[in-house]
Design a protein around this ligand. Structure first.
Ligand code: FE2
Length: 193
């Protein structure tokens, strides 16, 4: 739910300066959904995006991250030439307009399977561009694995945690999951009576 790590963890692929500090971000809860919307205007393009689109001038970039219980995250991400309308840009100014679905599936008490799939409009990318994005994504996920496994190794309930602004979406998700667990537990108790 937090994509502010991109410029730090994924410098060579999907990270770009401006993603962390230049975003206008909003976190919303809509029933059992949590949505984070981030718009970054006139920022440098990410290296992997330059490689795919051939466009190296500044871009308007967006990331819409939507969580649905129990473990689905739908990412709508893309970029257009800076100043051409962002998500509403005309096709000739649109650079990337992509959707990915991420599924977290608990495996054991401290391991989780992570499944993902990417999609784009049928005529949105050539097969070479799709392959290039897929390869960059695999590289970025492998960078994530190092960080996530390092966090898991250090995780300890006794250590105090510090929440920062970028955690707003993750905190909403935790509150939502806690509420759903409490409701499910209560329903089971009522059924058992
Ligand atoms: Fe990552």
């Amino acid at each position: 739910m937090d994509v502010t790590h991109l410029p730090f963890a994924h410098k060579s692929t999907i990270g770009a300066s401006g993603v962390a500090e230049q975003a206008v971000a909003k976190t919303e809860r809509d029933g059992d959904r949590v949505r984070i919307t981030r718009f970054m205007e006139n920022i440098a393009p990410a290296p992997a995006h330059v490689a795919v689109t051939g466009y190296s001038d500044n871009v308007d970039r967006w990331q819409v991250i939507e969580y649905a219980p129990p473990g689905f995250v739908w990412l709508q991400v893309g970029s257009s030439k800076a100043g051409t309308g962002g998500r509403e840009a005309d096709p000739e100014n649109m650079l990337l307009d992509r959707h990915t679905l991420h599924l977290a599936m608990p495996e054991t008490d401290n391991t989780t399977l992570y499944l993902w799939v990417m999609a784009n409009k049928a005529d949105g990318l050539t097969s070479e561009q799709e392959d290039a994005i897929y390869d960059a994504s695999v590289l970025a996920f492998n960078e994530d694995i190092v960080i996530i496994e390092g966090q898991q190794d250090r995780w300890n309930e006794e250590i105090s945690k510090v929440d920062v602004g970028a955690d707003a979406g993750a905190l909403e998700v935790r509150r939502l999951v806690d509420r759903l667990i409490a409701e499910e537990t209560e329903n089971r108790k009522l059924k058992a009576v």
